[in-house]
Design a protein. Structure first.
Lengths: 145, 145, 145
């Protein structure tokens, strides 16, 4: 009969259970990696600052190495990532601390923006809303400031 | 001894693991079905258009057959689904593309609205907020435009 | 060989599957416990009332014993929980019906608020956004009125 004993089989079960129930573990240690996507879709500088505050507070509270954060910017929020953004410096700081910041290419097309119009070092996704949905299906919590 | 071999048992394990970890698969193929609920609770035509844009962008990006989308309308957002709604035509288009659009009956009672006051072909739920919570527990991602 | 039969092993599998797929069960009965966190981060009395309506509607629809609700108040929303809050009475009612209501201590520090400035009987969390993320990872649905 097969190479897997019952005990092995049950260990596999337990492993699947743990994967399903718990957030991912940070590599190399036992602390759970707190994953979250933060949505920015308002044309409102106060909301942009709140999103950046939310990311910073998560990193301050949990430690940057224990968080996996992505700010997804789309629709009327896109101005947050244009090169003349009033929060350009804070976006750079967030990127420097390991926060992913991505702009929606659908929105850019609709507003006739191209890559040189945008802040340096940010990422891009084809559709912001799809990114938010996929990330939640990957186990990211959702925050909308 | 039983009819299930160890191999069968482990296959069942793997199946449960896959069910728990991954989004549901679209019937008849191997692509994951991207499920999402979209909340509309603002009395704001721009937000209604954003919600409809979000649904359309998801379908455009992923293919309508790979998405399972439900727009839940309640509280101050209910005007989106009244028969004089400024987005009536776009709601009909979304319904035609297979997006579910549901109105909250609690809100309708509070605002003395009855079914003939509402757009044709929409669905109804007893409480919008309960629908949003139940859907998330069923594995739907949450989007609030 | 081990004390676990294949049947037992498969029952464990099924149990893990159920845990992963379904919301927690209410103690002592078979109904699922509907868990949700409700975010309040706007300086807007209408939003505060909506959050309280959402909690009450969930309890009315499902029964208070079948719900596990927590309202997390932070950022510009903090006025909802100050002792002069225009919704003080409704917050007390929600607490009386078993809804948890918590204030963000990060926000309090930033706004130089201390505990005596706040409504009685509420709870406190170090960082509102972290609470929202952790709760989602514990299986709570997310609602942002």
């Amino acid at each position: 009969m097969p190479t897997l004993s019952r005990r092995t089989c049950c260990l596999i079960v337990a492993a699947f259970g743990a994967l399903a129930a718990a957030p991912a573990l940070a590599q190399g240690n036992e602390r759970p990696l707190q994953k979250a996507v933060i949505q920015v879709s308002d044309n409102d500088v106060q909301k942009w600052n709140l999103a950046l505050n939310n990311a910073r507070n998560m990193q301050d509270d949990l430690g940057p190495e224990a968080t996996d954060l992505e700010i997804v910017v789309y629709g009327p929020g896109i101005g947050m990532l244009k090169s003349d953004s009033p929060v350009a410096k804070r976006v750079a700081e967030a990127l420097g601390r390991g926060v992913k910041v991505v702009a929606c290419e659908n929105t850019m097309k609709a507003q006739k923006l191209s890559y040189p119009d945008m802040l340096p070092d940010i990422g891009y996704v084809p559709a912001g809303v799809v990114e938010l949905v996929k990330r939640q299906h990957q186990g990211y919590a959702y925050i909308r400031p």
